[in-house]
Design a protein around this ligand. Structure first.
Ligand SMILES: O=C(O)COP(=O)(O)O
Length: 218
């Protein structure tokens, strides 16, 4: 068994989901009688899971709103608009099967599990993934290391030589906490902040070469 693994973040790394997340959260805002927010504002709220997303996006809601109700509303609206505009980033469809020849592949996302699995399935990448760990499958979210360690364990892979590939400080922070190497995707919509990365890619198709170069350096 190949014990090395590449764990991918989903939003901003494999898929551009900004528009549909914005649509769904704006429908939640409409449920509370609030006006729509622009895509750039909404995008800046994404990355720390659905609770944080709603907390940030409903700051101007009347006091007393229930997080549980808002999460249910979000799940329904996002389900209805999951793939209106969401698509794989350029190079993802072609490059994942190439990487799957030498690596176990998995997704570790702060997106809720059901939505993450549906996106992977419907965009045709589920078959190359050994595991998907989304919000709720593991009790902790990135930047905690637990979801990454859970994915490795479920896939029978080890920390040694494995990578986390993502566009957000939470991905890099989780990689560092779990002891994985980290590749930052500069084309995504997250922020690196002060988190260090072992490699940076501007386009997904650069990943195989970047990983080979890192192997040669080791
Ligand atoms: O839904 C989120 O909060 C972010 O999801 P991600 O971890 O795939 O970027």
């Amino acid at each position: 068994m190949n014990s090395r693994m590449i764990l991918f973040d989903l939003d901003g790394t494999l898929v551009d989901s900004r528009a549909d997340l914005t649509t769904a959260v704006n429908l939640v805002r409409a449920d509370y009688g609030l006006p729509a927010l622009p895509l750039a504002t909404m995008t800046s709220f994404v990355g720390d899971g659905v609770h944080k997303l709603l907390e940030r996006a409903l700051q101007d809601a009347a006091a007393g709103w229930s997080m549980d109700v808002a999460v249910q509303r979000m799940a329904r609206h996002y389900h209805d608009h999951l793939l209106d505009e969401t698509c794989l980033y350029p190079g993802v469809a072609e490059t994942l099967p190439l990487l799957a020849r030498d690596w176990r592949l998995g997704v570790v996302t702060n997106k809720p599990q059901a939505a993450a699995c549906a996106v992977c399935e419907k965009l045709g990448i589920a078959a190359v993934l050994a595991v998907v760990v989304g919000g709720g499958r593991c009790a902790q979210l990135k930047p905690r290391p637990e979801p990454l360690l859970m994915a490795l364990e479920l896939a029978g892979a080890g920390v040694e030589g494995s990578w986390m590939v993502g566009d957000h400080r939470t991905d890099l922070g989780a990689a560092s906490a779990a002891g994985l190497r980290a590749c930052f995707c500069a084309y995504g919509f997250g922020q690196q902040d002060d988190q260090r990365a072992d490699a940076v890619i501007q386009h997904f198709a650069q990943l195989p070469m970047v990983l080979r170069e890192a192997d040669r350096r080791d």
